[in-house]
Design a protein around this ligand. Structure first.
Ligand code: ADP
Ligand code: MG
Length: 334
């Protein structure tokens, strides 16, 4: 069945079940002209939106509805994570071509609901309209953060150490496998594809880091580590130096790079869509924060470099040689 066979209103009726995940504070969920909910009185409200256009951001045939829904929400949750906030309400607007399979769209909502449940986020409304050819998805997420704890890009200080919450480059490797129709037969390749199709939003980790005054600046890696770190450097008016031997490269990425003759560290630095958090931490707080983080999440915070009082970004190679790194990565208009 296609969406044109049932129309907008029956479609909304089909997807609205299970969208209210955390009812407390919600006065009006899906079903009226606007949603109504309470926000914590002592917090700032965070709002973020992301637009996904078929053939620009995703290929409908190369993903499942479930993964597309999961990822569309995950990239928004990641923006809230990078501010140190808690994600609360999500709004989903979609422009759908009439021939779009209803099963694909229902699967899309299943994917969103799965992730929303994991992070206690409501799907609280949206809009549905027709598109001629491409599927267009806009998700907006409302979150909250305490004003003293909010993480921003502009707070890095010379001497800070630079960290990532996870491995880098996996997502781009996964994309390479998908675009080239390479079968994910090995566990390694499956892990890379999964990193691309179902990125993990570091929400709880972001809140934990924001609670510590030694954590200064933060951003999530959407365009690529060099590019996104470049935003921190620019906003904070500082420089940065990365240790190329310290960049966390997963064993699946190492395997992939060896199989195809790619440079794994290059992938990690410019890949994009990893959605890890890159944070800067005051040098004298590093040990304490790393230990608490490991205890709380059973995960490692990877130290990849340091903030300097110059400008620009440098890369230090294994032999100690220093070269300037362009904050390259994904740029939509290049
Ligand atoms: P209106 O015409 O007043 O904009 P709609 O019929 O578009 O109202 O929406 C009715 C309800 O369904 C609203 O609560 C709206 O937020 C919700 N809604 C519409 N489309 C979607 C969607 N794609 N995902 C989630 N909720 C939706
Ligand atoms: Mg509407």
């Amino acid at each position: 069945m296609k969406i044109k066979d049932i129309g907008e209103f029956e479609f909304i009726d089909r997807i609205r079940n299970g969208c209210l995940i955390r009812p407390d504070g919600v006065v009006q969920a899906i079903g009226d002209d606007a949603a109504a909910f309470e926000m914590p009185a002592d917090k700032l409200t965070l709002v973020t939106t992301d637009l996904l256009v078929e053939r620009v951001h995703f290929l409908r045939d190369a993903t499942t509805g479930f993964n597309l829904g999961y990822k569309a929400l995950a990239v928004n949750l990641s923006d809230i994570a990078a501010m140190g906030g808690k994600a609360r309400e999500a709004f989903i607007s979609i422009a759908v071509p009439g021939d779009c399979d209803l099963m694909f769209l229902e699967d899309f909502y299943r994917g969103m609901r799965r992730l929303a449940k994991q992070h206690d986020v409501n799907l609280l409304g949206g809009d549905t309209t027709r598109s001629k050819i491409d599927l267009v998805i806009n998700i907006g997420v409302v979150g909250s953060v305490s004003v003293q704890r909010m993480l921003v890009r502009s707070a890095a200080e010379p001497g800070d150490r630079i960290f990532t919450t996870g491995y880098l480059g996996n997502s781009r490797a996964g994309l390479h496998l998908i675009l080239n129709g390479i079968n994910a037969e090995t566990q390694s390749y499956q892990a890379l594809m999964e990193a691309h199709l179902r990125p993990y939003p570091y929400l709880e980790e972001g809140q934990f880091l924001a609670a510590h005054p030694g954590v200064h600046a933060a951003i999530d890696v959407s365009d690529g580590t060099l590019s996104d770190l470049g935003h921190i450097l620019g906003a904070s008016r500082v420089g940065g130096r990365l240790w190329s031997t310290q960049i966390p490269v997963s064993s699946p990425l190492e395997q992939f790079a060896a199989d195809f003759g790619f440079d794994a560290v290059g992938y990690a630095l410019t890949g994009g869509e990893d959605y890890t958090l890159v944070v800067t931490i005051a040098a004298d707080q590093v040990q304490a924060i790393q230990q608490m983080y490991a205890k709380r999440f059973d995960k490692h915070l990877f130290e990849i470099g340091e903030i300097t009082d110059s400008t620009g970004l440098e890369l230090v190679d294994a032999a100690g040689g220093i070269k300037a790194a362009e904050p390259e990565g994904w740029n939509h208009f290049k």
